[in-house]
Design a protein around this ligand. Structure first.
Ligand code: UT7
Length: 337
């Protein structure tokens, strides 16, 4: 793909609530078991936000860390994109991150695409850099879905956890590109498979004016439909980004998928012919943190020096919408390879 300006992924950060909730703890009030959850999903524990935690504060901590790793000053940030489906203000939580960082020259706004949100935000951010409109962008993926699940619905509540993570992305010198190829897709006809739907409570203002008061229903999911969708569509978009780049799966250093289910990770890897050792997973500790899964896993792998500068990573996000996408990434900046 010809690029106006190259992209470099130069920093990462993450922040999670301190409270760990194990599968056994869930079975204190739910008809579930550690064995069922582990064998069907690979999840052993998740972090759950307490009333003292906030999405805006976790997002700010993650973004601050990414900014420091990239070596930027806050006033050098041009754009902060916050991918979330659980903002603390429906008008947008990104400006709170801007204020916490003191990124006085940035514009900050939210992007909503559920579990595909981080990948869509990363791709969106890249367009601002390629066009020359921005030089330095912080892309944050954060969700506290524990506040939006029905804690009596064992089909959904055991799956999700809370977290925030961020990546710093900047214009790269000529000849380097950290976002080689990408694909984004949605199928709105299947939006009913996974919802956090609007709910209106009628309110009578006077005899001739019956208005509504807005709210949301808890998360509802047809798990089997979403599972089938993921194992069918994710390998297709990953193959597409590899073909666009003229590369093969053998050339990948890592496969970095949205962390929804260990069985989905294994199935996609097998379809692509990627060995298990190259499949990144932290599902066991965090569960599905929605927009945060990909940058959270990325940050852990960078910190552990598993992902190193120059490594080639195929990433795919998928979820409600239905939405899905893939991108081929190269980590780091050219002088660090
Ligand atoms: O992030 C967005 C993307 N989301 C996903 O990718 C999720 C995709 N879907 C999945 O990962 C899987 O479909 C689930 C993990 C959600 C469910 O696994 P499954 O193997 O599809 O189970 P199932 O829904 O077919 O349920 C099997 C049985 C049912 O009992 P019966 O009807 O066979 O008697 C459920 O009621 O397991 C029961 N069940 C549970 N049992 C114990 C469902 N949830 C639980 C639970 N504990 N937590």
């Amino acid at each position: 793909m010809s690029a106006a300006v190259g992209i470099a992924l130069t920093g990462s950060g993450a922040a999670s609530p301190a409270r760990v909730v194990t599968n056994d703890e869930l079975s204190l009030w739910l008809d579930t078991s550690d064995d069922w959850i582990r064998s069907r999903t690979g999840i052993a524990a998740r972090r759950i936000a307490t009333a003292d935690d906030s999405l805006e504060s976790l997002s700010s901590q993650a973004a601050q860390q990414a900014l420091e790793q990239a070596g930027w000053r806050p006033d050098q940030v041009d754009l902060i994109l916050l991918a979330t489906s659980s903002p603390e203000d429906l008008f947008g939580s990104a400006p709170a991150v801007q204020a916490a960082l003191g990124a006085s020259n940035a514009v900050a706004f939210d992007l909503t695409a559920a579990c595909s949100g981080f990948l869509f935000a990363l791709i969106t951010a890249a367009q601002y850099i390629r066009s020359g409109a921005c030089r330095r962008v912080l892309v944050v993926g954060a969700d506290l879905l524990s506040r939006w699940v029905d804690w009596q619905d064992r089909r959904t509540c055991v799956l999700f956890g809370d977290g925030a993570a961020a990546v710093a992305m900047e214009a790269a010198p000529e000849g380097w590109d950290g976002l080689l190829t990408m694909v984004m897709r949605t199928d709105g006809r299947r939006r009913g498979c996974l919802t956090m739907a609007h709910q209106v409570t009628p309110q009578v203002l006077h005899d001739h004016l019956h208005a509504g008061f807005g709210g949301f229903r808890p998360i509802a999911m047809d798990g089997q439909e979403v599972y089938k969708f993921a194992v069918q569509q994710v390998p297709l978009v990953l193959t597409q980004v590899l073909e666009q780049a003229g590369l093969t799966a053998e050339q990948l250093d890592w496969l970095l998928l949205h962390q929804a289910n260990e069985r989905i990770l294994a199935s996609v890897a097998q379809r692509l012919g990627v060995p298990a050792a190259k499949v990144l997973s932290n599902l066991g500790s965090y569960g599905n943190t929605s927009a945060a899964t990909i940058p959270l896993m990325l940050h852990e792998a960078v910190e552990a020096q598993r992902i190193r500068p120059g490594h080639l990573i195929a990433s795919s996000g998928f979820g409600a919408g239905l939405s899905w996408g893939a991108a081929l990434l190269r980590w780091g900046r050219p002088d660090a390879t």
